[in-house]
Ligand binder design. Structure first.
Ligand code: AMP
Length: 396
C-alpha cells in the first residue's frame, strides 16, 4: 500500500517533528561532506514554505562516553544548514527539558530548530538506540505531526524514528524516504521487465540475502567484483590468489544450481601479481593463473554484461565490478556505469554504499535514475526485509 507522504499533510501552523539523516563526517567542527544535509533540504523547505515549524532530529556517530559529546554535537550542522537553506536555524544543545520545550514554544511559522544529537540519549541506558518507550513518547509530545526522512537509519528501530512514529496519530514519509521507497522498494517488487540486477563488491557473505532476494525477482543477475571468484571456485575453476571466501563456496554452488541461466558470471578478468595499481596487469579468459589475482572484469565480460543489459527496463546495481579505487582496475565499473547512463527508457537504480561512491567518483551518477543514500538500509531493503523506519510510516 502507498505510504502517506509529507505532501499529504496540512503543515500550516503545525509543529512538525522531522527525523532527518544528518550523520555527516565532522572533524574539528568542520563538515567533510554535506550531501546528506543537501538531500534533506526539499522536505525541510516544503514544510517551512508551507508555514510549518520544522523541528529537526538526527543522530550523529556513536556516543559512548561523556567525552564523545564534544566531537559529536550537531551545532556545526545547524550552521551549515542555515547557510544552505538561507534561513536562521535555532540550535538547541540538549535533547530534552525546559530549554528545548521553551525554544519550541517560541517558534513562529516557517522557523527551523535543530535538536542536539539524539544519541546523546544513549549515554544513559541507550535510550535512543534501544527505542526507550518513554523517550519516544516524550519527543512525540513536542509536536503535532511527524515526518520521517531518514532513510539511512530506516533499518533500525530507534526512539527518534519508530518511537516517535508510534506515539503520533500519523507518520508521513519525507521526499527523500518517498524516493527510496519508490525505487528500492516498489521498482524491485513490481519491476518493469526485463529486470536485471548487477551485484559486485568484495564479499559474497555481505550480499547473500540480496543475491537470494534478487534471484527471486530479477530476470538476470549479473555477478562481478571480488565475489566472482568464490563462484569460480564453486564451479571448480582456478582462482589463483583472487579474493575468495572458502566457507561460502558450498553456498555459491547452491546459488549456481538454483539460478541456472539467470546467473551471469564474468568470462574474463584483469589480473596482476599484487594488489597494486603500479604493477603490470594482463587480461585472461576464464581461469585465473597461479600467482595472479583478479582485480577487475575484462573487456569480454563488459561486452557480455552490456548485451544482457541492453534491453533491460529496470536495473538495480550494488557493488563495483572491480577495485575501482585504483585507476587500472576501474574500467569494468566505469564501463557498466556509463552504459547504464545510455539506457534512456530504463529505470536505473544504484543501491547505496560503495556503489554510490563508485558512480560519484567515476562521474556517471547524474545519468542514472536513482542513487540510494543508504548503506546498510539499502542492502536490507534489497534483501526484501521490512525496514522498521518505513513500516512505522502510515499508509495513505
Ligand atoms: P562492497 O563493500 O562489498 O560493495 O565492496 C566494495 C569493495 O570491493 C571495493 O572497495 C572494491 O575495491 C572491492 N573489490 C571489487 N572487486 C574486487 C576484486 N576483484 N578483488 C578485491 N577487491 C575487490
Amino acid at each position: 500500500m502507498a505510504k502517506l507522504t509529507v505532501s499529504d499533510l496540512d503543515v500550516t501552523g503545525k509543529k512538525v517533528l522531522i527525523r532527518v539523516d544528518f550523520n555527516v563526517p565532522i572533524k574539528n567542527g568542520v563538515i567533510g561532506n554535506d550531501n546528506r544535509i543537501v538531500a534533506a533540504l526539499p522536505t525541510i523547505k516544503y514544510i517551512v514554505e508551507n508555514g510549518g515549524k520544522a523541528i529537526l532530529f538526527s543522530h550523529l556517530g556513536r556516543v559512548k562516553t561523556e567525552e564523545d559529546k564534544k566531537e559529536l554535537s550537531l551545532r556545526p550542522v545547524a550552521e551549515k544548514l542555515a547557510d544552505l537553506i538561507k534561513k536562521p536555524v535555532t540550535f538547541v544543545p540538549t535533547t530534552r527539558g525546559a530549554q528545548l520545550e521553551e525554544a519550541i514554544n517560541k517558534m513562529n511559522n516557517g522557523d527551523i530548530l535543530l535538536v542536539e544529537n539524539t544519541r546523546f540519549e544513549d549515554l544513559d541506558g541507550k535510550k535512543e538506540s534501544k527505542n526507550d518507550p518513554e523517550l519516544g513518547k516524550y519527543w512525540a509530545s513536542l509536536g503535532d505531526l511527524f515526518v520521517n526522512d531518514a532513510f539511512g537509519t530506516a533499518h533500525r528501530s530507534h526512539a527518534s524514528n519508530v518511537g516517535i512514529a508510534s506515539n503520533m496519530d500519523q507518520a508521513a514519509a519525507g521526499f527523500l524516504l518517498e524516493k527510496e521507497i519508490k525505487f528500492l522498494g516498489n521498482a524491485v517488487d513490481t519491476p518493469v521487465r526485463p529486470f536485471v540486477a548487477i551485484l559486485g563488491g568484495a564479499k559474497v557473505s555481505d550480499k547473500i540475502g540480496v543475491i537470494d532476494h534478487l534471484l527471486s525477482k530479477a530476470d538476470k543477475v549479473i555477478i562481478g567484483g571480488g565475489m566472482t571468484y568464490t563462484f569460480y571456485a564453486a564451479k571448480g575453476m582456478s582462482i589463483g590468489n583472487s579474493l575468495v571466501e572458502s566457507d561460502k563456496i558450498d553456498l555459491a554452488k547452491e546459488i549456481i544450481g538454483k539460478a541456472g541461466d539467470k546467473l551471469v558470471l564474468p568470462v574474463d578478468s584483469v589480473v596482476a601479481e599484487k594488489f597494486d595499481n603500479d604493477v603490470p596487469n594482463k587480461t585472461v579468459d576464464g581461469d585465473i593463473p597461479a600467482g595472479y589475482m583478479a582485480l577487475d572484469i575484462g573487456p569480454k565480460s563488459i561486452a557480455l554484461f552490456k548485451d544482457v543489459l541492453k534491453d533491460a527496463k529496470t536495473v538495480v546495481w550494488n557493488g563495483p565490478m572491480g577495485v575501482f579505487e585504483m585507476s587500472n582496475y576501474a574500467e569494468g565499473t566505469l564501463e557498466i556505469g556509463k552504459f547504464l547512463g545510455t539506457l534512456s527508457d530504463a529505470t536505473t537504480i544504484v543501491g547505496g554504499g560503495d556503489s554510490t561512491a563508485a558512480v560519484q567518483q567515476l562521474g556517471v551518477a547524474d545519468q542514472l535514475t536513482h542513487i540510494s543514500t543508504g548503506g546498510g538500509a539499502s542492502l536490507e531493503y534489497l534483501e526484501g526485509k521490512t525496514l522498521p523506519g518505513i513500516a512505522a510510516v502510515s499508509d495513505k
